[in-house]
Structures are given as structure tokens and as C-alpha cells.
Design a protein around this ligand. Structure first.
Ligand code: NAD
Length: 438
């Protein structure tokens, strides 16, 4: 890892590769251009809006993160992507219905310029979708090579100096790690032999990591989270991160649950229901895709509450998550939580959360931050799993011998302290003792 002045400078354009040009992707592309034109603010983005405290509180050093570390500038981002539909990013954004037509009109030429390349897609892995813009190949290795050629071509056309890939494609059916995923050799053999255990998202991840391009996985798919890909990421010195953007209800869960635990309030049950009507909701209406999402959403509470350490408080709670496809809502999701808790002497209490959120509005700044932080990580010589980016994920990746960190506040501290380490600044332990115990 390189720190301070050794981190390569973010010179030239940064190419952003987006498999899946749907609601989230087009909201990122539109938002970036609107912000670059001075027509909007980057609300929700740490890289653009948040400050970082340095040194002692008496020093009053609080620069913006983007002024503190050498991040690529938003104006240097250029976008490309793949989709199974031929709609350009403007048409796709109109269909996704996240941003109003008049807003999209202001960046129409920039959006129209993003025309999807043919996708690597197999309906076996996303049962609710089918589309015409799909690559053909003798085997999965050929498809991966075609993705690599797309990226090279894009880099040549745009003059981008560096690339980053963020999977914004649909959630695939639930798959578990098998022997094919074990090593680079078994995986490459699987690609050549068309192994059914290699879904489309893994083919993109392989293409990126093979070329040393940082890869982030916005969906809960296994994708880059297999031993073979991690081995490859070490070999090609590539940062990887995932999985599943932490947006609506899970964001709330990872805010509320650490608070309950910090105060030693017990949990009897947590029932979460969602209604949403976008394409993501339609894909998740298929039980096999929902299973992938469910596993991702369910893991959060156990990891935060640690029932093994606190059996009386958290040893016996009931956790249920439901997602209902309800077209009238479009992207404006509603998430209900009923939380049954207990306190002193076991007396019961209840909390009800009704979060009327906008999925892609919460996801877009996450994608922007991940693009910029992963590019930073690459220039700083960081490789493999980027655990310091756990802040952004529902199912943060970590080494098999570790527990993932889900607590949003610990994740936040982890991220900021990593930035301090990268810039040779003192770590902050927040004890405050140095002001009092002199
Ligand atoms: N919006 C959020 O808050 C949020 C949060 C967490 C995770 N996610 C995940 O992010 C992903 C994108 O969400 P969205 O709301 O934009 O969904 P979306 O359905 O609007 O967009 C996904 C796009 O991916 C395309 N696609 C599917 N498979 C593909 C493939 N193999 N290659 C290329 N394109 C492919 C689809 O045609 C579609 O246009 C989903 O997996 C979703 O579960 C979203």
C-alpha cells in the first residue's frame, strides 16, 4: 500500500463501466452531469460533501474529504455500460422514472451518448428478464474476452486513463460457492466448459479483475465474492468490494440495531416489509432472485447483535423480510418495520418505522463514492477486498476468518481512519482523554 505523496495522482479521465443501465446507473450518470453543470448538489455523497476531522479538536482542521485525499474529480468521469435492452441512458432513465422528465432534459445529450454495449446475459440467472441486446459466444471465456474488448475500445475512444467497474445489473438467482469457484484454474476451466455455476455477473467481474480494473458489486450476487476472484485480484493487484448497496430499509436497520445494542435493549422480533414497483422489484418477484436478496438482508441483524455473546437479549428473536412487487409505486419504495423490543425487567415496547424512500436516489451517491474510492485504492496500490468500504454494503465482503462489520457507525469510523492512514494523519480514537489526562 502506498501512502501520502506515493499515491499516484488522479490525472486524466476516469472511465466508469456499468453492467446494467437501469434505474441506479442512469441516476448516477444523470446526477453526475447535472452536478457538473452546477444544476444540483451531490447530496448523500461523502466524497463530495463530508468533512474529516484531523488532529486534535483544538486544531480546528476539518477539510472536505475531496480536498484531503487525491480523488478523481467528478468532471473527469466518463461513462459506458452494457444492457440487455438497446435503450440509451436517456431512454432507460425515462423508463425507470426516477428523475422527472424536465430534469433529464437538462442532460439529455450526455445521457443519449451512453449507448449500451451487448450484454453477457443468460435468462437462467434472471428469470423475469429477457432482451435482445445480448452477446453470443462459444463459451463463457469467449464472452469474458468480448467484455474485455468492449472495455479496451471504450478506453481508446474516450482516452480514459483508468477504469472502474460497478455492477448495477439485476439480482441473479441464489447460488452458493462450489469447487468451480475455488481457484483461478478451476474458474477458468469452468469458463471454457460453460459451467452453470458461473452466472453472467461473474463473467463481468472476471473480465474486470483480470484486466486489473477495480470491481464493485451493487447486487447481492456472489459475483466477485469467490476465492478464485480474490486470488486473481491479488495477482492483478485489483481492489474489489461488495456486496449489495446499503440503501433503504437495511440502512435503517444498521442505524437502529447498533443503538438498541449499545443500550442493551433486547429484541423479540423484527418484521420488515417493502413495496416497490421498479424493474428491480419485478426481478425480485421471482423467488430465486428474492432468495439472494433475502440472504443479504437477513445477515445484518445477527452480525450486529451477536446473539452468541448476548443470548438473553438476542438469542431468540424472530426476523422476517418481505419484498412485494407493487407497480404503482415505481422507484418510490415504502418500507415498514415493526420492531418488538424489551427493556428493564423484560417489559415490552414497540417501534414502527415507515420509510418512504427513493431507492435509486439513495443508491446513486453510493455508486459515485465507490467509483472514486476504488480508483483511489488502485492508485494507492491496495488490492483484494476493500473492507474499509463496508459502509456502503448490505453484505460487506471480508476474509473468511473474519466477521463482516455491519454497524454503520463502526463502518464510518473504519472508512475515515483508513483515509487518515492513507494520508499519514494521526488516527482518532474518540476517547477525548488526551484533553483531560495530561
Ligand atoms: N436501488 C437500490 O437502492 C439498490 C440497493 C441495493 C442493491 N441494488 C441492486 O442494484 C441493481 C440495480 O438496481 P436497479 O434499481 O437499477 O435495477 P434495474 O432493474 O432498474 O436495472 C438493472 C439493469 O440491469 C440490466 N441487466 C440485467 N442483467 C444484466 C446483464 N447480465 N448484463 C447487463 N445488464 C443486465 C437490466 O436489463 C436492467 O436494465 C439490482 O441488482 C439491485 O438489486 C439496488
Amino acid at each position: 500500500m502506498r501512502v501520502g505523496n506515493q499515491i499516484e495522482k488522479p490525472e486524466g479521465k476516469l472511465g466508469v463501466l456499468l453492467p446494467g443501465l437501469g434505474a441506479v446507473s442512469t441516476t448516477v450518470v444523470a446526477g453526475t452531469h447535472l452536478i457538473n453543470k452546477g444544476l444540483a448538489h451531490p447530496f448523500g455523497s461523502l466524497t463530495q460533501m463530508q468533512t474529516i476531522r484531523l488532529g486534535k479538536r483544538t486544531e480546528h482542521r476539518q477539510p472536505l474529504i475531496k480536498d484531503f485525499i487525491p480523488l478523481a474529480h467528478m468532471k473527469d468521469l466518463v461513462f459506458g455500460g452494457w444492457d440487455i435492452f438497446t435503450d440509451n441512458a436517456h431512454q432507460a432513465a425515462m423508463k425507470a422514472g426516477v428523475l422527472p422528465q424536465e430534469t433529464l432534459e437538462k442532460v439529455r445529450p450526455e445521457l443519449e451518448a451512453v449507448k449500451p454495449w451487448k450484454a453477457v446475459f443468460d435468462q437462467r440467472y434472471v428469470k423475469k428478464l429477457s432482451g435482445p441486446n445480448v452477446k453470443q459466444g462459444k463459451n463463457k471465456m469467449e464472452l469474458a474476452e468480448a467484455v474485455m474488448r468492449d472495455m479496451e475500445q471504450f478506453q481508446k475512444e474516450t482516452g480514459a486513463k483508468r477504469l472502474v467497474m460497478v455492477w448495477c445489473g439485476s439480482t441473479e438467482i441464489y447460488l452458493q460457492k462450489t469447487a468451480v469457484h475455488d481457484t483461478i484454474e478451476t474458474f477458468e476451466k469452468g469458463l471454457k466448459e460453460n459451467s452453470p455455476e458461473i452466472p453472467s455477473s461473474m463473467i463481468y467481474a472476471y473480465a474486470a479483475v483480470k484486466m486489473g480494473i477495480p470491481y464493485a458489486n451493487g447486487a447481492p450476487n456472489l459475483s466477485g465474492d469467490i476465492p478464485a476472484m480474490l486470488e486473481l485480484s491479488q495477482k492483478t493487484k485489483t481492489p474489489v468490494a461488495g456486496k449489495d448497496f446499503k440503501t433503504g430499509q437495511t440502512l435503517m436497520k444498521t442505524i437502529i440495531a447498533p443503538g438498541l445494542k449499545a443500550r442493551m435493549l433486547g429484541l423479540q422480533g423484527w418484521f420488515s416489509a417493502n413495496i416497490l414497483g421498479n424493474r428491480d422489484g419485478e426481478v425480485l418477484d421471482d423467488p430465486d432472485s428474492f432468495k439472494t436478496k433475502e440472504v443479504s438482508k437477513m445477515s445484518v441483524l445477527d452480525n450486529i447483535l451477536e446473539p452468541n455473546l448476548y443470548p438473553n437479549l438476542y438469542g431468540n428473536y424472530y426476523h422476517k423480510v418481505r419484498i412485494h412487487y407493487y407497480p404503482p409505486r415505481g422507484d418510490a419504495k415504502e418500507g415498514w418495520d415493526n420492531i418488538d423490543i424489551f427493556g428493564w425487567l423484560g417489559l415490552p415496547m414497540q417501534m414502527k418505522v415507515d420509510f418512504l424512500c427513493r431507492d435509486s436516489i439513495l443508491a446513486a451517491p453510493i455508486v459515485l463514492d465507490l467509483i472514486l474510492f476504488l480508483d483511489l485504492a488502485k492508485r494507492a496500490g491496495m488490492k483484494g477486498i476493500q473492507e474499509w468500504l463496508s459502509f456502503y454494503w448490505k453484505s460487506p465482503m471480508c476474509l473468511p476468518e473474519l466477521q463482516p462489520e455491519h454497524d454503520l457507525f463502526i463502518q464510518h469510523m473504519k472508512l475515515k481512519n483508513t483515509l487518515r492512514i492513507l494520508m499519514n494523519e494521526e488516527l482518532i480514537d474518540h476517547s477525548g482523554l488526551d484533553y483531560y489526562e495530561k
